[in-house]
Design a binder for this molecule. Structure first.
Ligand code: 5GP
Length: 112
């Protein structure tokens, strides 16, 4: 079981900021910005390479929900960044698809 499945089952504590039937969002334990949450499907999609066409609706709803989460966390107006790290070069560390939502400070481009 991935660490995010354990969080979804409340076996590991996390600060949950948004929850729906099949996905939720919680604060990253090692925040890289004043606002840093992870938007995560409750069932494991093992990274983008493990996604299938049947995941498209869920992934789309997670993206649409990100604007409500950003509003709730006070960064909708100031701006925020969504990130999916895929694979070793991108720094992916948890093999359970997740979208980072980062905000609350100005960010550089390109990312480091
Ligand atoms: P990745 O590097 O795979 O894109 O992102 C994984 C993220 O999960 C990291 O930012 C890391 O800080 C976060 N993370 C890993 N374990 C835990 C945990 O147990 N609780 C929470 N809240 N975040 C975690």
């Amino acid at each position: 079981m991935t660490i995010f499945e354990k969080i979804a089952r409340r076996e590991i504590p996390a600060a949950i900021v948004h929850e729906e039937d099949d996905f939720f969002a919680f604060k990253d334990v090692n925040p890289q910005a004043p606002v840093h949450v992870l938007i995560v499907p409750k069932r494991v999609i093992p990274g983008l390479s493990g996604s299938v066409p049947g995941d498209a609706e869920l992934l789309g709803r997670m993206l649409v929900a990100s604007k409500e989460i950003a509003k709730k966390l006070g960064v909708a107006e100031s701006g925020y960044r969504l990130v999916i790290n895929h694979g070793a070069d991108a720094g992916e560390s948890v093999p359970h698809l997740h979208i980072h939502l980062l905000g609350g400070r100005a960010m550089a481009w390109p990312p480091g």
